[in-house]
Ligand binder design. Sequence first.
Ligand SMILES: Cc1ncc(COP(=O)(O)O)c(C=O)c1O
Length: 434
Amino acid sequence: MSDHKQLVLDEVRTYHRETAPDREFVPGVTEIWPSGAVLDEEDRVAIVEAALTLRIAAGPSSKKFESAFAKRLKRRKAHLTNSGSSANLLAVSALTSHQLGERRLKPGDEVITVAAGFPTTVNPILQNGLVPVFVDVDLATYNTTADRVARAIGPKTRAIIIAHALGNPFEVAEVAQLARDHDLFLIEDNCDAVGSTYDGQITGTFGDLTTVSFYPAHHLTMGEGGCVLTSDLGLARIVESLRDWGRDCWCEPGKNNTCFKRFEYQMGDLPAGYDHKYIFSHVGYNLKGTDIQAALGLSQLAKLDGFIEARRRNWRRLREGLDGVPGLLLPEPTPRSEPSWFGFVITVDPEAPFSRAELVEHLEERKIGTRRLFAGNLTRQPAYIGRPHRVVGDLTNSDVITEHTFWIGVYPGLTDEMVDYMTATVKEFVARHG
Ligand SMILES: Cc1ncc(COP(=O)(O)O)c(C=O)c1O
């Protein structure tokens, strides 16, 4: 490392220590966020070091992150994207590729998903001219069940995309078996669940494709960012092509002629020898990340185990602290799973002498941040009314979630003192309204 670079990075470390925020927690004054990035000195150094190299597009750090993350999530390939939503768009779009032949999804084909969740798990279905088939979820786990998925499979069903709800795995082994039995593709939206396991197996390894988000609320952050992972090399090529403008060439950024026949292809109606770098076999996008994001991702990845453990510890502390409080339905891990939690979900019993809105107001006034279980019942959201879809069974619990559910944080930035204050604040409210 050059002396000047070392000097700059040493200064960055000094700056970091000098500007470290005051850690004193003042109950009712200090904001307790439901989620947030946990960034340390190493992260700051990683970002500055990446900036110093002036490698501002995707490059070696992106490649390094992709192979490290693929290894960590036990998939053969990872493709970095600019968000988790882009990752979902790529995963679903990949299933429509002509390169899948007869297995490809065509407009009007159905994709099973859940009604209560994040919009961009579902949007790529509509964006690709496919039809979402909505099923309900259970309360307490906030996941659907393999039984519900099985009942939703019809003659036009070709794929399933479901998120592991707020870190809690759905019955993914059973759903993967259904997918195999019915020749359906399975996408696991693992954006909220990095590190969760089901039957001892890490989530994201059961389906054909899996997606991750690196937005600050998530287990790892790059500011913005996401990833598509798969062990199917054919799907990986399609994802890469769609991510990178639709090009057929798979050279890494800044590289040429990886295939040794750059000027020997004849595709479409193009003249023979047309530069492979500029042959487009998909109607693609540009959804790539950058090396500055990847440098932060690598620094965050080194801390992933600690982040997961902290999320689990905070969740357990809240769960034990709130156990038995009347009027609240507390979250439960899906049987046979070990979640890597995203948040702590609470449903206020519709019969309770207080409402979700009153409890949320009480918490927010005391600086405890709350969030909704994302969109609630998506079919009731303005964007989705009148869109083609099918509902199988009723969406009673999705409606309960829309009215009565919210979540509070478990992210690693929370201290025991904060978690205990959260518990005490909920209990104080319930005791007053009992
Ligand atoms: C389950 C789920 N899927 C997808 C996303 C989208 O990720 P991003 O915000 O990176 O686009 C989110 C975002 O929080 C999410 O919770």
